[in-house]
Design a protein. Sequence first.
Length: 155
Amino acid sequence: MDWYLIIKTIHIISATILFGTGLGIAFFMFRSLFTTNIHEKFYAARNTVLADYLFTLPAVIAQPASGVLLIMLGGYEWTDAWLLWSFALYLVAGLCWIPVVFIQIKLKNLVKLAIENDTPPPVQYNTLLKLWFILGWPAFISLVIIFFLMVLKPI
């Protein structure tokens, strides 16, 4: 059994889950901007939070764990430039993702409260959703560059 290839497969699958779930979540939350139906907004926010717990969080944990094992088993140097860039970009993505998680929970709670009170979402909802969207871009771009670095190891 080749442990390197097994761990590499886990690394690739978790990277795919991280990227794909992030893209899917972004799509549904972004689409919720264009509806006035409060129940649709709640559905998007509730399932975004759930998807982050079920898919993104485990992938966020699996990525560095499998990455460390790949570095050790693959004979890479911790100071290889492509790895240092990958570490930095993963940190950027993580620093964007952490507040996004709390924003998503707040958005879900604001919409739930609006449903309970039969009112539109407060102004804070749109402000937080815009911040959520803005924070998603550096995380998304960082992950795209990390994919490039992992495949090509250019530097």
